[in-house]
Design a protein. Structure first.
Lengths: 283, 175
């Protein structure tokens, strides 16, 4: 078998660039929807909020500073080719080093504490990152990464629905979760939904869904239609930009699914603020 | 048209503000979020003096990103206010005049705002790079060990926010 070697330092450099880029440069998909929202809002408050968000995102990109002070907990989805061998260091250490360098050298906020309950002492370099690795065939490593802010993360939820709930139960849980979040998660939000798998797979899919560009659709037309229907229902709630009222509570709804058990229908809703930061790279 | 308010805010200013009003704040404010609130609250519970006098102040719920060289402060947008709900009435009872954050508050906080004739302002969440342009200077007050969560004094000029809960309890998030 042909093995491709990749230097650990190349992994570090790729990860470092991803986290700096995603914190400075908002995605074109988000910017387009913010501009579209500005066109359709008619309340002066909603328009003013959207104008400030757009101006903010332009300042951040132009000056290469974080667009939000919550530069997030670092999350990576990695597709690791089975013919890749990382040399001169471990893959895990190389990724964590990339996160460390991005947050230290990129003027990003260090928001991670070492122990969740008792000590809560800041690790001072924003590590450890949360890394989801999948081994795939091939000789490349693909990263999809994002800094996940916790104002919106705290508004997320998982529910173990059962098959009898059907699609109506799925819709109700998603809408209830968004309604309960209300003005708190920095609307207009991106709603990531994971359906199926097990308890933890549903949550992981929901996070993955928030990292998918909002100008893409689920490839299954039934789920694509559900994404559209949910977006419309959410935007009728009236929370609007910054929760101050308006037609734009969400910019997009992304659904990811997985096969599940005969007895179950897990649903996870991962809410992301308008600063929906994600970036991808392949080495 | 935004109302310009010079800080420290007066009782007369507070009485004229109504939920939904846009305001531009100029003067000084203090900062503090989860960890600092927890410490201040514990001192209040123990009847001990606070390392920072909150009387007459506005507190901004913020944990800024580091400042790049040449900048007075790093990006500094508001964090979600509800996490401070447990601690807020005790600070208002000590003479704090208002809070700047984002999102909904508990009924207990609203009641305390009315009782103490205070005000809750919302800044735009996620507009941190823009908001930082109105922060001209920062000074450490206490809890340096908390890093981004330390208590600082900001000098602000035309800091933009919206009255979210006024002194009569009207709430911009009610819908």
């Amino acid at each position: 078998m042909e093995v491709r070697t990749i230097e650990a330092s190349a992994v570090t450099a790729a990860v470092k660039k991803l986290f700096m880029d995603c914190n400075y440069f908002i995605g074109q998909d988000i910017m387009e929807q913010l501009e579209r929202a500005l066109d359709i809002e008619d309340s002066p408050v909603a328009q003013s909020v959207l104008r400030q968000i757009i101006e903010n995102d332009r300042i951040a990109a132009a000056e290469e500073i974080p667009l939000c002070q919550d530069t997030g907990m670092a999350v990576l989805f990695v597709e690791y080719g089975d013919k890749v061998c990382v040399q001169n260091g471990s893959f895990e250490d190389a990724v964590q080093q990339g996160v460390r360098e991005a947050y230290e050298e990129g003027y990003l906020r260090k928001s991670v504490v070492s122990d969740p309950v008792f000590d809560r002492v800041n690790t001072r370099d924003n590590t450890p990152a949360v890394i989801h690795t999948k081994i795939v065939s091939g000789d490349r490593i693909r990263f999809t990464a994002g800094g996940k802010g916790f104002g919106s993360e705290n508004m997320s939820a998982v529910k173990m629905l059962t098959p009898a709930y059907g699609v109506e139960g799925v819709k109700q849980f998603i809408l209830d979760t968004v309604r309960a979040a209300g003005p708190n998660p920095c609307p207009p939000i991106v709603v990531g939904v994971g359906i199926g798998g097990t308890f933890e797979r549903a949550a992981q899919l929901a996070k993955k869904a928030t990292f998918r560009a909002i100008d893409t659709k689920n490839p299954d037309p039934r789920y694509a239609a559900l994404e559209d229907e949910l977006l419309e229902s959410i935007n009728q709630m009236g929370f609007g930009p910054a929760g101050l009222g308006g037609k734009t509570t969400a910019l997009g709804v992304n659904i990811e699914t997985s096969p599940t058990h005969i007895a179950g229908m897990p649903v996870a809703v991962n809410i992301c603020c308008h600063a929906a930061r994600h970036a991808s790279a392949e080495i | 048209m935004a109302k310009k308010i010079n800080l420290p805010i007066t009782d007369e200013d507070i009485q004229t503000l109504r939920a939904g009003d846009s305001v531009l704040l100029s003067g000084t404010i203090i900062t503090g979020r989860d960890a600092a609130h927890k410490r201040l609250y514990e001192l209040i519970e123990q009847g001990k003096p606070l390392p920072v006098d909150v009387k007459g102040e506005l507190i901004y719920y913020v944990g800024p990103a580091p400042a790049k060289p040449g900048y007075a402060v790093g990006p500094a947008g508001p964090t979600s206010s509800y996490r401070m709900d447990k601690f807020t009435p005790a600070l208002l009872d000590l003479g704090l005049k208002g809070m700047i954050g984002k999102g909904a508050r508990s009924q207990e906080v609203t009641d305390s705002i009315v009782k103490n004739k205070a005000v809750y302002f919302a800044a735009i969440g996620g507009a941190a790079a823009l908001i930082a342009k109105s922060i001209k200077k920062e000074e450490l007050l206490c809890y340096e060990d908390l890093g981004t969560e330390a208590v600082r004094r900001y000098t602000v000029e035309d800091f933009p926010c919206i009255v979210a809960i006024d002194c009569e309890g009207n709430n911009v998030y009610d819908r």
